[in-house]
Design a protein around this ligand. Sequence first.
Ligand code: IPE
Ligand code: IPE
Ligand code: MG
Length: 241
Amino acid sequence: MNDNKLPIHVGIIMDGNGRWAKKRGFSRSIGHKMGAQNLKKLLKHIYKKNIKIVSIYAFSTENFKRDKKEVEYLMDLSIKFFTDELKTFMKENIKVLFSGRRDNLRFDVVQAMNELEENTKNNNNGILNICFNYGGRLEIIDAIKKIVMKVNDNDITIDDINENLVSENMYQDLPPLDFVIRTSGELRISNFMIWESSYAEYYFPNILFPDFNAKEFDIAIEEFQKRNRRFGGITNENESN
Ligand code: IPE
Ligand code: IPE
Ligand code: MG
């Protein structure tokens, strides 16, 4: 495999846990549990391939619209994941970041997030950005607020506002997304990292997240490697004139 064409930053919209469970006559909770188990194995595989930055969509701001019981289950499962996986992230030297609002989350969830972030902050072999209580439009609104405050404080002027400045005021200072995978067959992005994915390649496998394993990820990467990214310029390959 040609390492030059590996994406630097991959995003995964982990969708389809509920349908995975329904197909088997299980509760949605079982689907989420299997999704979390799959995520552990998948991350291990991804970092082993020398992909350095992964952003995952774990819980959207809109997911609070779900049944209270499902939301509580997802919160409990997330605490368990953040706590149990600390040893793996330390062993693999992965730094964990969280993107999203923390103000309306349960205290014990925020505590588990803070601990994981704090304990892994000096790791440097890869980054896992967990989008949790995250909304892409909300992230842009939060960036606008930060920028307006800087203008009000005379730290910057309106003329300083450009793409770089906006990027620097997003939740994380990470390179843009190269490749976004959404599992489950839905052909939408549901408010995931809309600023950061402006020139990302998209891939929509018709596979529910608990089944999206290492082999499926490799197929996704092969597809990415076939894409010709032009960024608005002219093509430089696979073209006769
Ligand atoms: C993704 O699976 C997990 C979260 C959104 C938290 P879903 O729960 O959306 O599963 P489907 O889409 O209903 O199958
Ligand atoms: C997107 O999935 C959010 C996550 C995967 C966390 P949803 O299942 O919430 O998205 P919609 O409702 O199908 O657009
Ligand atoms: Mg869904």
